[in-house]
Design a protein around this ligand. Sequence first.
Ligand SMILES: Nc1ncnc2c1ncn2[C@@H]1O[C@H](COP(=O)(O)OP(=O)(O)OP(=O)(O)O)[C@@H](O)[C@H]1O
Ligand SMILES: [Mg+2]
Length: 401
Amino acid sequence: MARVTLDRVRKVYEDSGLVAVHDIDLDVADGELVVLVGPSGCGKSTTLRMIAGLESISSGRLAIGDRVVNDLPPKERDIAMVFQGYALYPHMTVYENMAFALTLRNRPRSEIAARVHRAADMLGLRDVLARRPRHLSGGQRQRVAIGRAIVREPQLFLFDEPLSNLDAQLRGEMRREIGALQRALRTTTIYVTHDQIEAMTLGDRIVVLDAGRVQQIDAPLVLYRSPRNVFVASFIGSPPMNLIPGHLGPAAQADGGPSFRSTDGAITLALPATFLRDRDPTGWRDRPVTLGIRPEHLSVTVAGTQAGEQGLVRAHVEGIEPLGYDAIVHLGVGSTRLVARTTALPKTAIGAMVDVRADIAGLHLFDAASGEAIGDPRSPTRVPSEHSHGDGRQGVYRTAR
Ligand SMILES: Nc1ncnc2c1ncn2[C@@H]1O[C@H](COP(=O)(O)OP(=O)(O)OP(=O)(O)O)[C@@H](O)[C@H]1O
Ligand SMILES: [Mg+2]
């Protein structure tokens, strides 16, 4: 097992001149499972292939354990890689497929048998060892590909979208199995996916990449709660965070807190002074910002049922997608579209008017120009449970919880 260190690792594809990976810094601890996630073409596979030695490193330094391995051929790096296409040998049995790497290394037959049987037991493949791959289900084939990696007992596992060929249910099962296996074996693992559920559930930490650049590296829930920029905010979370362009205006409340007004004027929101205190000590007035609210931080009630309450925004229900436990509700407020996640509405509410409230503690604020979170995302501002309401005009969110 080993620690993996990328020190300003860059990849330029010579033929196109494309910088596929921009100076990545990443330190994967011994035994850690780190997930690389990001949209298609962001450089996930390129990064993994450089670590595997299948792609040359244009500049920077890559170390596995104590060795700098930039110029070391793949087979001397002591890693095992699992790809999306399982690439099993069709003419070999499951046993032979799993034993192949050890056979090449001339390991004693008894040792090979012991390692293959141990991996087969872990993966539930005992009963199919004599079969050929074409007589296996997709999930079983994927297990064989993983088994082939395990028997090598490498110091590093690399996975490149290993589950994307499987249907949703199998993917869920295999995801849990891979997680359990990795915890049992404690082999350092780097796992590439564009599936954010895999990223959130498997990763000790997640690296979010966009266009070859690291956007944020953090534990899954830190990433979810404190995205460092608009890209991470919109990429992690499903349905994605609502992002509303607008401006911070002058104080709207007795405590001196600023107001947020959406660009189309449909949404006005009074923020408590504490919301900005740790974020932006200087001049927030007239600053263009993007306000972020996750769907679960919007609460929706049938219009008028909160009689007498001030500061609710009236919205039109444009669609409801019932998921069972809750539903995804698409809302229109002026020209602004919002998505809420709620248990509160029947499907018949499509077309109705509703009242929408935002949970202030769940708000995010980003600089509109740079997309960066305003203030330190690691110290989410605590909002006292009691503070003054908005100014009561219609179209103003109530700001007390
Ligand atoms: N051999 C190559 N030669 C030139 N450009 C390449 C090569 N391989 C990848 N690229 C380019 O480098 C960028 C990153 O590709 P990469 O395969 O690392 O993306 P990815 O994040 O794995 O995407 P996906 O989710 O689609 O697998 C892309 O723009 C891609 O077109
Ligand atoms: Mg890829």
